[in-house]
Design a protein around this ligand. Structure first.
Ligand SMILES: *Cc1c(COP(=O)(O)O)cnc(C)c1O
Length: 404
């Protein structure tokens, strides 16, 4: 029996649907069991009906699964759903966010190429570029996220990738994605955007000219701090070589994790809205607090990137940072007086987290660079979770109110 008419019944009319609908329904292919929820295919390999079928599958002449390092139905469902949400032609899932970034580099860079990276990206991304890409004779330069002219001035004849995150962590600076895409394309390079902080619910970088979007699904897509995963998205032409790297090198997504992420995608729009509402409320409160000297949240009218954030994003995100009086002592006092908020550098979780960037995520930088880039000793980052916002506020206020 063929259930294709069954899938036609449920899948054929999704093309014009809104993101919330795609998040719940896109990519699902029902099996002969007519299950309602997506099944989890924990199978490393697949069987064939005959030697001839095996030959046809291996040669690629016949479509179908061969081995789960290449394709897996649960992973495929996750990829198709995320692609629909990002407005991407193609998506490939990876074992982690870092796997998505390095597979993208391996696929699209060669020895002798040049990459320009925003000076404020995830620490492991910098480590990947510095410790490993350089080993293969790939040049790396850094540019100011806020200054397209700086990127333009660093373009060389061998520049192949411009790489950024927006908003930046922890200062919430916003890149002009369209301007940087134009600079990249004029130079024959690709613009790669890490969309982990926004997710497709808040921002779809491909619409502003980005060529490839990478994700750490570990953060908001999971949303509850359980699984590691990632993805790269873009045109079929650009994603195909990344699939090639992953199939051969191996850091593909496990079907179990794909299933967890699929469930995460179904509620992503509701959760992102709640993260954003809580973050904006806290940012406004912190801005008025006598012991707080500065709040970095792009949802505040006072933030230098506010206008651009409104243009590129549907909402302002769940991560904010703020500077307290008393430097490191003041900042640590706030952390050590929390009773509920988790002291961890993770983000994108239902649980609110707090971290002191200068001594954790940004401790590798020199004091001079930190001060120049705004990662001062008094700075705290909060990844706002889904608890009642008054409870989060009370937990922060305990330390804040008693800074001396
Ligand atoms: C966490 C993170 C990554 C890396 O993702 P993993 O899933 O931990 O490998 C990349 N970029 C950003 C912005 C992140 O927050």
């Amino acid at each position: 029996m063929d259930f294709s008419e069954f899938n036609d019944r449920y899948q054929s009319d999704l093309t014009d649907c809104a993101l919330e609908t795609l998040a719940v329904r896109a990519g699902q292919v029902r099996t002969l069991e007519a299950e309602h929820s997506e099944p989890m295919f924990l199978s490393s390999s697949y069987v064939f009906n005959s030697a001839a079928e095996a030959e046809a599958r291996f040669s690629g002449e016949a479509k179908g699964n061969v081995y789960s390092r290449y394709t897996n139905p649960t992973v495929r469902t996750f990829e198709d759903r995320l692609a629909a949400m990002e407005g991407a032609e193609a998506c490939v899932a990876t074992a982690s966010g870092m796997a998505a970034i390095y597979a993208t580099c391996l696929a699209h860079l060669e020895a002798g190429d040049h990459l320009i990276c925003s000076s404020s990206v995830f620490g492991s991304t910098v480590k990947l570029f510095e410790a490993y890409l350089r080993k293969f004779n790939i040049e790396v330069d850094y540019a100011d996220l806020l200054d397209p002219a700086d990127w333009q001035s660093k373009i060389k004849s061998n520049t192949r990738i411009l790489y950024l995150e927006s908003p930046s962590n922890p200062l919430n600076d916003i890149a002009d994605i369209q301007a940087l895409a134009d600079i990249a394309h004029k130079a024959g390079a690709l613009l790669v955007v890490d969309n982990c902080f926004c997710t497709p619910v808040l921002q779809q970088p491909l619409r502003f000219g980005a060529d490839i979007v990478v994700h750490s699904a570990t953060k908001y897509i999971d949303g509850q701090g359980r699984c590691l995963g990632g993805a790269a998205l873009g045109s079929q032409e650009l994603i195909e070589p990344i699939i090639g790297v992953l199939r051969t090198a191996g850091p593909t997504m496990s079907p179990f994790n794909a299933w967890v992420f699929l469930k995460g995608l179904e509620t992503l729009h509701l959760r992102m809205r709640a993260h954003c509402d809580n973050a904006l409320y806290l940012a406004r409160w912190l801005e008025q607090h006598p012991k707080v000297t500065n709040v970095n949240y792009c949802g505040l009218e006072s933030h230098p990137s506010h206008t651009l954030a409104k243009l590129q994003q549907s909402h302002f995100g769940g991560v904010l940072s703020f500077e307290v009086m008393g430097g490191k002592q003041g900042a640590w006092h706030v952390i050590d007086n929390t009773r509920m908020i988790s002291i961890t550098a993770n983000l994108g979780d239902a649980k609110t987290t707090i971290t002191h960037p200068a001594t954790t995520t940004h401790s590798r930088l020199t004091e001079e660079v930190r001060n120049k880039t705004g990662i001062t000793q008094g700075l705290l980052r909060v990844a706002v979770g889904l608890e009642n916002v008054e409870d989060i506020k009370r937990d922060l206020a305990r330390g804040l109110d008693t800074i001396n």
